[in-house]
Design a protein around this ligand. Structure first.
Ligand SMILES: Cc1ncc(COP(=O)(O)O)c(C=O)c1O
Length: 421
């Protein structure tokens, strides 16, 4: 079996842990539209969509044409190019807080540099993050809630000294944030937050929460970083901060803006961004940053998104969720579904999921049973309860109908099982 070979070469047989699931991941061969095909030719309707970048679906022709056109002129030049500028113009138009920006190759790099910049700009050490949020795999954010405030490493190899400078708070908890700020007055450089959590399933903020964060951070000279690697260009042509009417000081983007090629960026207020080298002293660099292929794929993606009606994809998502919700009700399943734009997740839980603790109470084994059942029936969901499912603009009514039918069959099995128990 192929997996027997790959697991000897790559830890766990994969090149990113989220791709692994029991008993082994499936090897995919190609993607087209809303479908992916495994190496045996089986077709799957894809709701994982490579964990977010493919809002236009797989193998988008205009993105492909843009990449090919650029390829013919050499794919890395190591100098400034016009692609960088053209891309930035579209980004700045859609997200006005991007007064200045710097491209990176991934979301991980983007948040890492945004945090370093915040520390340098404010001259303070501590950052605040949310329990259950994910900002990439670097030391300042691989941190769990600590006892008595100091964060503790969530991975071996992360130093206590680094984790200790990250304070982890509850999402949607006004009092927790206020308390942590009061207890660490004058030492907090930045708060980094996904405006809608997308790495513990999907969890939107409660009314007024982001505004409260903006006010209290501003009052305490704490920079606010919105990590919009998932939410950027997801619900609208722009950012979730537009949706919630809250402006951060810095923003990080990735995924969608690269059209499926490696990308990230951090940017924001000029006054802060001009501290980045070589204009300023805060060091940040990358051989592949702003590479012509990612820039071209990004330009081709955003140009198409400019012409799209986001209402259509958001409504399509709502329709699917309403169908699933109705079935859950009809079959007495305890399911909570959260969504934002075209990102959604089902939690096997009968209570609202509004933070890390309530998300963790949901039954992830049942989610995995559903994942396996869907897989057998030609639908590829995000393999883990604590990831996000996505729709693309090319998901069709037929796709929604099929998903609804499969879910109903699954609900029926669950109900029978419950009766037997
Ligand atoms: C909100 C958020 N920030 C940062 C990252 C890291 O991005 P990348 O995987 O491109 O390094 C992710 C990845 O899933 C993410 O969801």
């Amino acid at each position: 079996m192929l997996y027997e070979k790959t697991k000897k070469i790559f830890p766990g047989g994969v090149n990113s842990p989220v791709r692994f699931f029991q008993p082994h991941p499936i090897f995919m061969n190609r993607g087209n539209g809303s479908k992916i095909y495994d190496i045996d030719g089986n077709r799957y309707l894809d709701y994982c969509l490579a964990y977010g970048p493919l809002i236009l679906g797989h193998e988008n022709i205009q993105v492909r044409n843009a990449i090919v056109k650029t390829l013919k002129k050499g794919w890395i030049l190591g100098t400034p190019t016009l692609y960088e500028l053209e891309f930035a113009k579209i980004l700045k138009e859609a997200i006005p807080v991007l007064e200045m920006l710097r491209y990176t190759n991934s979301g991980t790099e983007a948040t890492m540099h945004a945090i370093r910049l915040s520390r340098a700009y404010t001259g303070k050490k501590i950052i605040i993050k949310i329990a259950g949020s994910y900002h990439g795999a670097h030391d300042s954010v691989l941190v769990n809630r600590g006892h008595g405030n100091k964060g503790i490493p969530s991975s071996p190899g992360v130093l206590d000294e680094i984790a200790g400078n990250t304070l982890v708070i509850n999402f949607n908890d006004f009092t927790n944030l206020e308390k942590v700020i009061n207890e660490n007055k004058n030492n907090i450089s930045a708060m980094i937050i996904e405006p809608v959590l997308g790495n513990i399933g999907v969890i939107p903020p409660v009314e007024g929460y982001l505004k409260f964060i903006r006010e209290i951070t501003e009052k305490n000279d704490i920079l606010l970083i919105f990590d919009e690697v998932i939410t950027g260009f997801r619900e609208r042509l722009g950012s979730a901060q537009d949706y919630y009417h809250v402006e951060a000081d810095l923003i990080t983007l990735g995924k969608i803006i690269g059209g499926g090629l490696p990308i990230g960026l951090f940017g924001g207020k000029e006054e802060i961004m001009k501290k980045v080298a070589p204009q300023g002293k805060v060091y940040q660099a990358g051989t592949f940053s702003g590479n012509p292929l990612s820039m071209s794929a990004g330009i081709a993606t955003l140009k198409q998104l400019k012409l799209k009606d986001y209402n259509s994809i958001n409504k399509k998502t709502e329709k699917l969720i309403n169908n699933l919700q109705k079935i859950s009700h009809d079959y007495d399943l305890n399911i909570t579904i959260n969504h934002f734009g075209s990102m959604f997740q089902l939690f096997f839980s009968d209570t609202p999921v509004k933070d890390y603790n309530s998300a963790k109470k949901s039954d992830d084994r049942q989610y995995f049973d559903m994942f396996q059942y869907f897989l057998k029936n030609g639908i590829y969901l995000a393999p883990n309860q604590f990831e996000t499912n996505f729709l693309s603009f090319v998901h069709t009514e037929k796709d929604i109908k099929k998903t609804t039918e499969i879910f109903e069959k699954f609900a029926d099995i669950m109900k029978r099982k419950k009766r037997k128990d």
